[in-house]
Structures are given as structure tokens and as C-alpha cells.
Design a protein around this ligand. Structure first.
Ligand SMILES: Nc1ncnc2c1ncn2[C@@H]1O[C@H](COP(=O)(O)OP(=O)(O)OP(=O)(O)O)[C@@H](O)[C@H]1O
Ligand SMILES: [Mg+2]
Length: 351
């Protein structure tokens, strides 16, 4: 029949407890069945809802089913223990003749473990959803900042740079019109022209630092070559299978190289920096190593922390190893899940 392990509960036609087995006594926190026998079933174990509000017997589907002599099954219900705490259970009730009248036999199962697992799973899902939202907002912030930089670069290029260029042209025309006897004026104008050229160079440099146009136009390969050419420390560039990638990934990789080269020049006392970039199996891999003094510590500045944020915003990983005396080595991996379709360059080594 019913094993002693399965909680069993018999209720007579007046809703009074006629029998409980040990398993049921245990789950409900009583010491013996004597504490329960003869008491009103609903009023003893079902008198309140989970939120603590009263649960009148006339609202109880079990009581109604018992009165009508119908079977009922409830996948999830909450019963009240002796100490007032609640226990989640599933219940199966069938009609049964008790002392010559119709009553109910109930078996039930303690659902505490599965309810806890469910709560745990729900907490987990909420935490994961929050994490996804945080990385999405990080990526949005990063993308918005990149857009702003791009716009400023364009404004500088189309605005100030163009005005300086036309001023330089006008100056050249004016110079051509200077009569030969006004030597001094000619010299003065030439000096102004040089000043203009260097101002123009300065604006170009700044625009490049803000958002290199060459990055949006030509992608990582030409942009990294420009960085390498401008670097104060010699750069050995090894670019493989580099093709056009989604803008946020190109920008992130570009700024890692840019900051790493600046750091190498500022802090490393290095003689060379190796920059390797490869894309394969849907992953961009970037490795930057200098042969300098090592000992880099992200906590000492904002550059490396910014890089790590930037890379995490595109779903990648950023790792630095910098043992004192053994150079600084930066490893970046970015999944190219959202890769744009563009022609592959093959495995050409572009040093
Ligand atoms: N390539 C390197 N070799 C040796 N030390 C380094 C190297 N890169 C960084 N460091 C050390 O780690 C610190 C942190 O670098 P980080 O780029 O975060 O800041 P920073 O360059 O000092 O300032 P900024 O915020 O302008 O980048 C530096 O102050 C420097 O001491
Ligand atoms: Mg720095």
C-alpha cells in the first residue's frame, strides 16, 4: 500500500483529522500524531496563506472537494507547520470511507528542495539579466563616446583644418604678389606661412588622436601602421588575416595599441615593441610586448583600466603580465560574433 515514507493524512466527513502517519507528523513539525488527531484539518494546517493572510475554510478547494467527495490534485500548496512556518507541498486527495462516512485520504510531498532550487534559479536568472544589461549599457556608453570622437574629428577636419588650408593658400597668393623691393615683408609673410603650416599639422595630430579618420576609412591595418610609424619606440608590426571588423571592435583594438605604445614610450625604457594581430576561428587576437623594465601596475593610472573596460564592453578579455625586468605583455581576445562581411585578406604577413 502506501509506504511509510510518503506523508499520509486522513480527514473524516467533518473535516477532522482521523489519521496521520509519522512522515506527515515530521514534515509538519509535530512531535506525535496525538497532537493532531481529532482537530479540524483546515484550521490546523491550512489556516493562512503564504503571505500570512487568513485562509477561510470556505475558500479552500480541498475542503470543497472533500465535501463533494471528489478527487483533487494540487501541484503546489502551502501548509502551516506547528511553529507557524510554511511548508510547500503537492497534494493528492481521493475519496475514502472513514467510520462509515465519506472522507478524504491525502498524500502529500514536501517541495522545499525544489522550491529552493527554483528560487535559486530565479535569483541566478535575475543576476544574469542584470549582468547582460550592464555590459550592454557599457557597450552603448563606449559606442556613444566613439561617435562623439568621430564627430569632433570630422568637425576639426572639415572646419578648422579647411579654414587653415585656405588661409595658407591665400597667403601663398599674397606672397606671390609681393613686389621684390619689399624683402622684409616677404620674410615676415613666409614666417607666418610656416606658423600656419605647423598649426595645421597640430590640428591634424589632435584630430588623429581623437579619432583617426583612417581607422573608419581603411580599418585596423592602415591605422595601426600609422600608429607604428609615429611611435617613439620602434615597432615590429605583424598583422595577419586582418579584415574589416565591426567598428566597436576596430576602435577597441586600435586604442589598446595606441595606449600600449604610448605607455612603452613613457614608462618602459624599451628598445622595441612587438605588435601581433590575428583573426581566426571567430576571434581577434592582439598581443603587444615590449622589452622594457616591466612592473606595470594598472592601479597607478587610468590608461590600462580604460582599456580593460573598453575590451570588456565588446565582450573580450584583456590580460596584462608585466614582471619586473621582463617587459610588459598585453593580450587581448575579442569574439567576432557580430563580424561584418568583408573580403578576407588571407594570411599575408604585413610587417
Ligand atoms: N609598458 C610599460 N612598462 C613599464 N611600466 C608600465 C608600462 N605601462 C604602464 N606602466 C606602469 O603602469 C602604470 C599604469 O599605466 P596606465 O597606462 O594605466 O597609466 P599612466 O600611463 O601612468 O597614465 P594614463 O592614465 O595617462 O595612461 C604606469 O604609471 C606605469 O608606472
Ligand atoms: Mg598610460
Amino acid at each position: 500500500m502506501i509506504s511509510g515514507e510518503i506523508p499520509l493524512w486522513l480527514v473524516d466527513g467533518d473535516d477532522r483529522i482521523a489519521f496521520v502517519n509519522d512522515a506527515a507528523v515530521r514534515i509538519l513539525g509535530y512531535d506525535s500524531d496525538e497532537e493532531l488527531l481529532g482537530r479540524l484539518s483546515h484550521d490546523t494546517v491550512h489556516w493562512k496563506h503564504r503571505d500570512g493572510s487568513p485562509y477561510p475554510a470556505e475558500d479552500c478547494p480541498i475542503t470543497h472537494a472533500t465535501r463533494r467527495g471528489e478527487a483533487i490534485r494540487m501541484e503546489r500548496d502551502w501548509w502551516v507547520r506547528k511553529d507557524g512556518s510554511m511548508v510547500p507541498i503537492s497534494i493528492h486527495c481521493v475519496q475514502m470511507e472513514i467510520d462509515g462516512r465519506m472522507g478524504t485520504a491525502m498524500t502529500f510531498h514536501d517541495l522545499t528542495a525544489s522550491v529552493q532550487a527554483e528560487d535559486e534559479r530565479r535569483r541566478h536568472e535575475i543576476a544574469r539579466a542584470r549582468l547582460v544589461e550592464v555590459s550592454a549599457s557599457r557597450a552603448r556608453i563606449s559606442a556613444a563616446a566613439d561617435e562623439t570622437r568621430k564627430r569632433i574629428e570630422r568637425d576639426l577636419h572639415d572646419g578648422i583644418q579647411q579654414s587653415l588650408v585656405s588661409l595658407a593658400l591665400e597667403l601663398r597668393a599674397a606672397l606671390a604678389a609681393v613686389p621684390p623691393q619689399l624683402n622684409e615683408l616677404e620674410g615676415e609673410l613666409l614666417r607666418i606661412g610656416e606658423g600656419l603650416t605647423s598649426a595645421l599639422e597640430g590640428v591634424r595630430e589632435i584630430a588623429h588622436g581623437i579619432h583617426p579618420a583612417i581607422l573608419s576609412e581603411g580599418g585596423l591595418e592602415p591605422a595601426l601602421r600609422v600608429l607604428a610609424r609615429r611611435s617613439a619606440v620602434p615597432v615590429d608590426l605583424d598583422l595577419r588575416a586582418v579584415r574589416r571588423l565591426p567598428a566597436p571592435i576596430e576602435v577597441a583594438a586600435y586604442y589598446v595599441v595606441s595606449e600600449a605604445l604610448t605607455n612603452a614610450a613613457k614608462h618602459a625604457q624599451a628598445s622595441v615593441v612587438n605588435v601581433e594581430l590575428d583573426t581566426h576561428d571567430g576571434i581577434l587576437q592582439l598581443a603587444i610586448s615590449d622589452d622594457g623594465i616591466g612592473g606595470a601596475d594598472a592601479a597607478q593610472g587610468s590608461g590600462m583600466v580604460g582599456l580593460s573596460d573598453r575590451i570588456e564592453a565588446v565582450g573580450g578579455t584583456f590580460t596584462v603580465s608585466s614582471p619586473p625586468g621582463d617587459g610588459t605583455h598585453i593580450q587581448v581576445e575579442i569574439p567576432l560574433a557580430t563580424e561584418v562581411d568583408a573580403p578576407r585578406r588571407g594570411n599575408t604577413r604585413l610587417a
